[in-house]
Design a protein around this ligand. Structure first.
Ligand SMILES: Cc1cc2nc3c(=O)[nH]c(=O)nc-3n(C[C@H](O)[C@H](O)[C@H](O)COP(=O)(O)OP(=O)(O)OC[C@H]3O[C@@H](n4cnc5c(N)ncnc54)[C@H](O)[C@@H]3O)c2cc1C
Ligand code: SF4
Ligand code: SF4
Length: 474
């Protein structure tokens, strides 16, 4: 409850002077923006170019865009408390869930068009037909595969969005239109984990949740990373020489990037060739399975690519899924590899930022060992961690990690709470180190002035008294 009040305070305080410039400084210019479209939808003064939001006119600095951006303060624990009851248990790698199951559509026409088993589209169509939702914010595409955020209100419109577009998309941009112009009151949303965070922030955080909390069903897609549109334009069309309007489907599976052409041919390249086109903030993203969605859907862990693996998380997610199965729209199977999903999610969650050699050398100024620096930066990447997790992720023996943590604790670089270590904000850490250096430096100057100089002077005088007189006479 205390946390809830804190979050409420944060979101309700209309901080004067916080506006789009702060969003630009902290999120957009720091390569943290996931281009979800939330700020663009919330504020008519914000527009966008190909890859980021842009201020169009005078900014009254009402702070709304900043407070509701999923990349500023995000109260994960509070949302988890709100969404998951005793029916769900927490898994470190994939979050809270009630059940993991394999599923696919039993409709051949859907299977032919869908990315995998067509579960996402079938769940949405069932939710629409049963009246649970009256519309859904989805991602369609133009002929050149440029992503196109849309509002779907019929099964046909849902089906025209099937298939994954491996380009970051401002899917939430249509939100304002959906509730203001179409007057939709019961929305669904489908998106990658970072977009799900934006939607939950709108849905669960007052004051905007009263007007904007119209989401009834939130479906997350598994996501290891996403790309800029250059992957398709510069790589597929430019380097591979494949015109984008001849492509039927893109897929990433088992370390390969596949391009399926409309003429039936298939081109595949190793996934590492696509790496340079990765969207910047994806390098630091830790959520693979859309941990705060109602239902998360992917293909990882499923028997084959025409099946989906489905994580049922909230009560509403379980109900929608069971109802869709009962109405004979989906078939299910227990043949699913949890370990495989966990491994992928764990790999993403424990990605750590490596410090380069130049930075290591600079940091040695602070009289700190390499393992201590690496422990601190790894902890920063993980958010928080136990000694064992750090030792596993850093691939350093636990004893070394324990002694590095002890020393970092004394230097106030890390905090320990209930056996879990948390990194202290680097501004505090470095300012603290600067004060310590300054104090040491001033102490040394004091000693030089008060002890060393008088002592040397007296030795010098005692030994050179004659020359000095001589000098004086001169
Ligand atoms: C960028 C991206 C990366 C992914 N990475 C993985 C992965 O690493 N491992 C894995 O197992 N699964 C991944 N998936 C999920 C997988 O590709 C399928 O979307 C999922 O299995 C659902 O299949 P389906 O047949 O039920 O979907 P369909 O019934 O075909 O429906 C697909 C839905 O995805 C939505 N969509 C498509 N592109 C985007 C986009 N760019 N942004 C937001 N929504 C979009 C559409 O609106 C549509 O409703 C990824 C999906 C995306 C979009
Ligand atoms: S709200 Fe979304 S689009 Fe706007 S700055 Fe934040 S992440 Fe980027
Ligand atoms: S990797 Fe993370 S930041 Fe990138 S698209 Fe996927 S969920 Fe969003």
């Amino acid at each position: 409850m205390e946390m809830k009040n804190q979050v409420k305070d944060y979101l309700q305080t209309k901080d004067i002077d916080i506006g789009f410039q702060d969003l630009t400084d902290l999120v957009i210019d720091k390569n943290n923006c996931v281009f979800c479209g939330s700020c663009i939808s919330l504020c008519p003064r914000i527009g966008m170019n190909e890859k980021e939001p842009k201020l169009l006119e005078y900014d009254p600095e009402c702070s709304t865009c900043f407070r509701y951006c999923p990349r500023t303060y995000f109260p994960t624990e509070m949302f988890e408390e709100e969404l998951f009851n005793g029916n769900a248990s927490k898994n470190y790698s994939i979050g809270y869930y009630q059940k993991l199951v394999a599923a696919k559509s039993n409709d051949e026409a859907v299977l032919k068009r869908a990315q995998n088993g067509g579960v996402v589209s079938k769940l949405l169509i069932h939710a629409l037909d049963s009246g649970l939702i009256d519309g859904v914010l989805l991602t369609d595409k133009y002929d050149n595969w440029y992503p196109k955020p849309v509002i779907a209100r019929t099964p046909e419109e849902i089906l025209s969005c099937v298939g994954s577009k491996y380009t970051i998309s401002p899917t939430l941009i249509t939100y304002r239109e959906a509730i203001r112009e179409f007057k939709l009151k019961k929305l669904a949303f489908v998106g990658v984990p970072c977009q799900i965070n934006a939607v939950r922030k709108l849905q669960l955080s007052s004051p905007l949740s009263e007007e904007y909390g119209k989401f009834k069903l939130i479906i997350g897609l598994y996501c290891y990373s996403n790309y800029t549109y250059d992957l398709l334009k510069a790589f597929v069309q430019g380097e591979l020489g494949i015109p984008l309007n001849t492509v039927k489907k893109f897929d990433i599976s088992k370390g390969k990037f596949y391009v399926y052409m409309k003429d039936g041919s298939v081109k595949q390249v190793p996934i590492k060739m696509t790496k340079q086109y990765t969207w910047n903030s994806c390098h630091y993203c830790k959520d693979f399975s859309a941990e705060i969605a109602d239902i998360s859907v992917g293909s990882a862990g499923a028997l084959s690519d025409d099946w989906n693996s489905v994580l049922l998380r909230t009560d509403i997610g379980v109900k929608v899924f069971n109802d869709t199965v009962k109405s004979n729209n989906l078939i299910t199977s227990d043949n699913i590899d949890l370990v495989k999903i966990e491994k992928t999610a764990y790999r993403k969650k424990t990605r750590i930022t490596q410090i380069d050699e130049k930075m290591l050398n600079t940091m040695r100024l602070l009289d700190i060992s390499e393992v201590e620096i690496k422990t601190y930066t790894s902890l920063m990447s993980l958010g928080q961690a136990s000694e064992s997790l750090l030792s596993e992720v850093m691939k350093v023996e636990k004893n070394f990690v324990i002694s590095a943590l002890e020393s970092l604790k004394q230097r106030e670089w890390v905090l320990l709470s209930n056996g879990i270590y948390i990194s202290v904000d680097p501004t505090l850490v470095i300012n603290n180190e600067i004060s310590k250096l300054r104090k040491k430096f001033l102490e040394k100057i004091g000693i030089l002035n008060s002890e060393v100089l008088p002592e040397l002077e007296s030795i010098f005088v005692r030994n050179n008294i004659n020359q000095m007189r001589h000098k004086k006479e001169l």
